[in-house]
Design a protein around this ligand. Structure first.
Ligand SMILES: Cc1cc2nc3c(=O)[nH]c(=O)nc-3n(C[C@H](O)[C@H](O)[C@H](O)COP(=O)(O)O)c2cc1C
Length: 126
């Protein structure tokens, strides 16, 4: 077998994964104004059941004014926490582990939503 350890558990600084298969961050469109939805939870649980040891959420905005409104997840306010708790619990119940991708989109936030504030470190045309 080419990758003999692929299906073996691994410990990452105390966090044990059931295997070394990681589901990468991928924007789904299954969000509602930045909140986790039932469809997003089902989507992640299906990937855990399909064999992923670690699921990474899609890009998750850390800053309200620059967050694309109706695209991707957001985590810049406590109002978003209950949805993430539900998502994490569902992933854990299915035997997986969850990882959150923190994101501030810089110029790309404006591409996703022209109304979002473009926050960049220098004065360039974005
Ligand atoms: C529809 C789609 C949405 C994606 N969304 C994100 C994202 O939110 N964050 C991120 O870091 N990468 C994102 N990616 C990149 C994927 O994580 C990347 O394609 C994946 O790691 C596979 O790597 P590869 O394309 O080099 O094979 C996205 C890719 C696709 C196709």
């Amino acid at each position: 077998m080419k990758y003999p350890h692929l299906f073996e558990p691994i410990k990452l600084n105390g966090l044990e994964l059931k295997n070394r298969i990681v589901f990468p961050a991928m924007g789904t469109g299954f969000t509602d104004m930045g909140h986790v939805t039932k469809v997003l939870i089902d989507y992640h649980v299906a990937r855990v059941k399909g064999g992923c040891g670690l699921n990474i959420t899609e890009a998750c905005s850390v800053h309200g004014p620059s967050a694309p409104r109706d695209l991707l997840l957001q985590i810049w306010d406590d109002e978003f926490i209950p949805g993430f708790k539900e998502l994490t619990k569902a992933i854990h119940c299915a035997g997986g582990k969850a990882c959150l991708q923190l994101w501030q989109g810089g110029p790309s936030a404006g591409l996703a939503d022209p109304n979002s504030l473009c926050v960049i470190p220098s004065d360039i045309n974005a």
